[in-house]
Write a protein that binds this ligand. Structure first.
Ligand code: XLS
Ligand code: NI
Ligand code: NI
Length: 439
């Protein structure tokens, strides 16, 4: 097959002054930001399921997306052409990584064995394309939520046959991820949760989820897969209550089952806001616990209550996200994966380009602003000063564990008046705006 995205040339960095919507205004992959290039900081990735497969279906209507690569009726032939489309797309946008679920790339067969055989065929093709282009696999995963067999979940299903089947699929997905040199492997708990407690044994389901993850850890070790394991928290959807609710919930789950050394987190912006947290909150919490592994870059809509998976264009959010990434010392081996889809009304192939350019530029600009904020120590020095009472006197004794309630009560009884200082929220928001607007 020849060129698929006809008439679209390689997208280049054109600078802030360019008015070409098919050029980057801010993403200049070679530009140094601190010690690393923008490309190294951002590690952008394309999500196979949204960009190559997604049809623009919603609850009320059929797919609208025009996909010139979806031709014929043979599912394996379609899968092969999708590989062509994916790599042409990534090359034209200079996206260095991709992510996929097993069944995104190859169709399910009539039997589990046929599903595996299909996957092997397409994986060989992916491998060839990766070698040819230098594009790498950020992470692989298994789709354990789409097929009706997963109606009640996978590792948390009430049916042991489903647990076994899911294990087989993850086993294979791990092998395939290793084969392609994947740098991470993601567990998003598709339907691992419940809709009603009237029919649910939550204790057993949580134990089983932990058993399943432990088996994955063991199997990765057995086959020598050294990529990072990531759990992707989400509070709801498709189930009413997902077990991997948010970073805090996942942390306590991992600790309870002794799994904390094996998993980091893949933080998705829209999942954070569904849990009533900001994107930055989830990144920050993961960072201070040493488990900030990777990011699913997207955004939700505050007027809609679901995972709308929109392309991230809110520079305020991308700046504060990159601020956390920089403070984390980067994301590698994780990256910024566009788990995002164009709106149903944006159905032309070129819209996929506009969308990725918008997201890439929003993060590139965010990176530059975040780097400047950090270099100027704008927030850092304010925060340091705000907590300075812990650097001497009684505060020093508290943080160095030199005092208990008795000593503190003795101290407090001697104090005549406590004087607090303003938190200066509005002043800081104004300063942040100045950095955002001036760059
Ligand atoms: C769904 C999730 C999913 C994961 C991969 O809400 O974001 O796309 O990233 O299974
Ligand atoms: Ni995601
Ligand atoms: Ni999502």
């Amino acid at each position: 097959m020849g060129e698929i995205f006809k008439g679209i040339a390689k997208v280049k960095y054109e600078g802030a002054g360019s008015d070409n919507p098919l050029g980057f205004n801010y993403y200049n992959p070679e530009e140094m930001i601190g010690e690393q290039t923008m490309e190294e900081h951002c590690r952008f990735s394309m999500a196979y399921w949204h960009t190559i497969i997604g049809q623009g279906v919603d609850m009320f209507g059929a797919g609208t997306a025009l996909h010139p690569w979806e031709i014929g009726t043979d599912p394996m032939e379609i899968a092969r052409v999708r590989v062509e489309a994916a790599f042409e797309f990534m090359q034209k946008l200079n996206i260095p990584f991709f992510c996929f679920h097993d069944i995104d790339v190859a169709p399910e067969g009539r039997s589990l064995q046929e599903t595996f055989d299909n996957l092997d065929t397409i994986v060989a093709l992916l491998k060839e394309k990766m070698e040819e282009t230098g594009i790498k696999l950020l992470w692989g995963t298994a789709n354990l939520f789409g097929h009706p067999r997963f109606v009640h979940g996978a590792a948390t299903a009430p049916n042991a046959d489903v647990f076994a089947y899911a294990a087989a699929r993850v086993k294979k997905a791990l092998e395939v991820t290793k084969e392609l040199g994947g740098e991470n492997y993601v567990f998003w708990g598709g339907r691992e949760g419940y809709d009603t407690l009237l029919n649910t044994d939550m204790g057993l389901e949580l134990d089983n989820l932990a058993r399943f993850l432990q088996m994955a850890v063991d199997y990765a070790k057995a086959i020598g897969f050294t990529g990072q394991f990531l759990i992707e928290p989400k509070p709801k959807e498709p189930t009413k209550h997902q077990y991997d609710f948010d970073v805090a919930t996942v942390l306590s789950f991992l600790k309870r089952y002794g799994l904390e050394d094996h998993f980091k987190m893949n933080i998705e912006a829209n999942h954070a806001t569904l849990a009533y947290h900001s994107f930055q909150h989830e990144l920050y919490l993961a960072r201070v616990h040493g488990v900030l592994g990777s990011v699913d870059a997207n955004q939700g809509d505050f007027l809609l209550g679901w995972d709308t998976d929109q392309f991230p264009t809110n520079i305020y959010a991308t700046t504060l996200a990159m601020y956390e990434v920089l403070k984390n010392g980067g994301l590698a081996p994780g990256g910024l994966n566009f788990d995002a889809k164009v709106r149903r009304g944006s159905f032309e192939p070129v819209d996929l380009f506009y969308a990725h350019i918008a997201g890439i530029d929003a993060f590139a600009r965010g990176l530059k602003v975040a780097d400047k904020l950090l270099r100027d120590q704008v927030l850092e020095s304010f925060i340091k000063e705000r907590y300075s009472s812990y650097q001497q006197g009684i505060g020093y004794d508290i943080v160095n564990n030199k005092v208990g309630f008795k000593e503190l009560a003795d101290y407090a009884l001697k104090q005549e008046q406590i004087s607090n200082r303003s938190g200066r929220q509005e002043m800081l928001e104004h300063i942040l705006n100045r950095y955002l607007l001036e760059g």
